[in-house]
Write a protein that binds this ligand. Structure first.
Ligand code: SF4
Length: 439
């Protein structure tokens, strides 16, 4: 039988990372032109009503402001910290066209959500319980978003995650200077407060079978992300001190890394590479190198993050590809050769250009594996030639009872893209469950 429930989420106790003072927030909010067609909102994958939440800050209505954000993006607190706002909402701000500093939307969003997610302000959600249950595989941003929206719509939700802590990349894979682990975990608690159950240290296929999941739930959502960064196949890659940049970031977040006196080389040109070098530099490594086989303007990392890494002392080595790692027991040097474009436009090695970089640590940040083997457990769930889960416009897979979203579908994008997928899939799952129940 359907039952009306009111869930009141009250958090408190832990101070978040500093965002803005009250006065600073008011001054910044009053700079906003409150554009009626708000390009900043259109640039946000979760279409947060940016002028709406900023106006409420200007009016000293923080709860209203937080509600505006969280209605569109339940992970609005972490997105405020980890989103590349410079290329999304703030990048679209009309003040850029007027040659003025764009509104600092990310920090205003963090300011507005802090008091709800981390403070003592209450957020109540009323929902009619549907009696249906949804299993979500993966407690990262996509799974949390999908689970939170489904809980708000009155469905019972259980998230399953193999790791010891929930939150996915927000907990394990973000550089500390963007968001610390405690902040991610507090936001997860906020989602749990909406009625979402999370079972950690529970690997699907090992601790719980896919058959059991199908029997226990009326629908499934896969937000399983991507796998580890695979070995490059270089001689010496098994030496001590060689590893995956994402594991390195997770170890840093767990407080397990001391880099004083270390010389670190990170191979790659994307956001993980930049996070790893920036993190290593901030931890006091003696020298930090980013080794990339092409030029800077071909790197996938965002320009503002590249600038930040350069200003923190990271040395960029372009037009270089690693060919082996040297050392006895542990790494002592990364050996590279120079690269260039041939007349046909192919990237080729420069003959006799081999050189050594003396290092004590080498980290791979050359792209994560797709989880095709894991996904094969789910009947009817297909992957494309790139290993991404194939879904329709409503994020439904080839199995009508299974939806998917986030990195396993888009191949690896921003947290906010994963949140948008989870939310859209939740709407589709809700519609399907209600149709099946004849409501
Ligand atoms: Fe405010 Fe800039 Fe958005 Fe206009 S585009 S509403 S000025 S943040």
């Amino acid at each position: 039988m359907n039952q009306m429930m009111t869930t009141t989420v009250v958090m408190g106790g832990l101070a978040p990372q500093p965002t803005m003072s009250h006065d600073e927030a008011l001054v910044e909010a009053h700079r906003c032109l409150m554009c009626w067609d708000a390009p900043c909102t259109r640039a946000c994958p979760t279409t947060i009503d940016v002028p709406g939440f900023i106006k409420r800050i200007a009016n000293d209505d923080l709860l209203g402001s937080a509600r505006t954000i969280l209605e569109s993006n339940i992970l609005g607190a972490s997105c405020a910290r980890v989103c590349p706002t410079e290329v999304l909402c703030a990048g679209a701000c009309v003040l850029n066209d007027l040659h003025e500093r764009p509104i600092d939307i990310g920090r205003l969003q963090a300011y507005a959500t802090d008091d709800v997610v981390f403070g003592d302000i209450e957020l109540s959600v009323e929902s009619v319980q549907s009696g249906a249950s949804v299993g979500v595989v993966g407690a990262g941003p996509a799974g949390l978003s999908c689970g939170a929206e489904l809980a708000k719509l009155g469905h019972a939700v259980v998230l399953y995650d193999a790791r010891r802590q929930p939150g996915g990349l927000n907990t394990y894979g973000v550089a500390n200077y963007k968001m610390d682990m405690a902040t991610s975990l507090r936001e997860v608690e906020f989602v749990q407060g909406l009625g979402v159950e999370i079972r950690t240290s529970t690997a699907v296929g090992t601790d719980v079978s896919v058959g059991q999941l199908s029997a226990d739930h009326d629908a499934l959502f896969l937000g399983v992300g991507l796998g580890s960064v695979p070995p490059l196949g270089l001689p010496g890659e098994d030496l001590g001190g060689v590893g995956d940049a994402l594991d390195f970031i997770a170890d840093v977040r767990a407080g397990k890394v001391d880099l004083v006196g270390e010389r670190v080389a990170v191979i790659g040109g994307g956001n993980t590479a930049i996070d790893a070098v920036s993190q290593a530099s901030r931890l006091g490594a003696e020298r930090v190198y980013l080794v990339y086989r092409r030029d800077r303007d071909e790197m996938k990392a965002y320009p503002h993050d590249i600038e930040r890494a350069l200003s923190s002392g990271v040395e960029f080595i372009h037009w270089s590809a690693p060919i082996r790692i040297e050392g006895e027991g542990s790494v002592s040097a990364l050996v590279c050769e120079r690269t260039e474009y041939s007349s046909d436009g192919d990237l080729v090695s420069v003959p006799d250009s081999e050189y050594r970089i003396p290092v004590t640590m080498v980290l791979r940040a050359t792209g994560q594996e797709k989880r095709v083997g894991f996904l094969d457990q789910f009947d009817g769930v297909e992957t494309d030639h790139g290993g991404r889960v194939v879904v329709d416009d409503a994020f439904r897979t080839g199995n009508p009872g299974i939806w998917a979203g986030g990195d396993c579908v888009n191949g690896g994008k921003e947290v906010v893209n994963a949140v948008a997928h989870g939310k859209a899939a939740a709407m589709s799952i809700d519609a399907a469950l209600r149709a099946a129940a004849g409501k």
